[in-house]
Design a protein around this ligand. Structure first.
Ligand code: DC
Length: 248
């Protein structure tokens, strides 16, 4: 990580809108984008693909170190296969959340994330961008709102894109089949009801916030934005204004 490369971090819980904001801010500034959640999701998918009953910490660490992952434009390639859609399955996200609590996994994926800091600059989106991966970032944002608001947004999204929902279900069934073969039966892939969406958001919040290593929390020097009352564009504009002030 070079201190000369400008880095803007956006951390926050699931469905906080940070992905949308990070993408738009990176585009506006002409910066690279690190979607660190996609790395953890791809790792979870790689683990599922191994279809073994139990993986020891050593195996997980080796798998994380050897992860053959490539970002090409907007797509994510895992072991030479376009996995852009599959990693978005809710079940894969949930497993990513569980596996990301393993310290050896986080350590093995750290250098890969830091390597994204290239000129002219980087926007890093995740859970520990400002606290662990880029502690010297120029500007740190923590984007959040209540789980109720986040669940409402996500549920609306699902309703609005009925065709996407059916694609999601297909991805989830594929992920679920993999999970069943991998014997990780605790993962539920249902996304239908509001209650189910909200419950999953709460569960993921708890997992991400209570893990011992790099838990989700604002860095002490982060600016916290509660975007309950803002549309995405307002949040994007606010972050860009803060960046202008900070990077002068
Ligand atoms: O942001 P996301 O939903 O794509 O992330 C999936 C999971 O990956 C998230 O629940 C926890 C983990 N993750 C992490 O531990 N650290 C990050 N910087 C990004 C994601």
């Amino acid at each position: 990580m070079s201190e000369l490369i400008p880095v803007l971090t956006i951390d926050g819980p699931t469905a906080s809108g940070k992905g949308t904001v990070a993408r738009a801010v990176a585009a506006a500034l002409g910066f690279h984008l690190l979607d660190s959640g996609a790395i953890y999701r791809a790792f979870a998918l790689a683990v599922l693909n191994r279809k073994v009953d139990q993986l020891k910490i050593n195996d997980l660490e080796m798998e994380a170190k050897a992860l053959s992952l490539e970002f090409r434009d907007d797509s994510v390639w895992l072991n030479g296969a376009d996995s852009t859609e599959l990693i978005r399955a809710e079940a894969v996200g949930m497993l990513a959340s569980k596996l990301s609590a393993v310290p050896e996994v986080r350590a093995a994926l750290l250098a890969r994330q830091r390597a994204f800091a290239q000129p002219p600059g980087l926007v890093g989106d995740g859970r520990d961008m400002g606290t662990v991966v880029f502690p010297d970032a120029t500007l740190k944002i923590y984007l959040t709102t209540t789980s109720d608001v986040r669940a409402t947004r996500r549920h609306r999204q699902l309703e609005k894109h009925a065709s996407d929902l059916s694609a999601q279900t297909q991805r989830d069934s594929k992920a679920k089949r993999l999970i069943e073969k991998g014997n990780s039966s605790t993962i539920d892939s249902s996304l239908e009801s509001f209650a189910s969406v909200e419950e999953k958001i709460r569960q993921r919040d708890t997992q991400d916030k209570t893990r011992a290593v790099a838990p989700l929390k604002p860095a002490p020097d982060a600016i916290v934005i509660d975007n309950a009352a803002h549309g995405p564009q307002q949040t994007i504009d606010a972050v860009l204004s803060l960046w202008k002030l900070r990077s002068r």
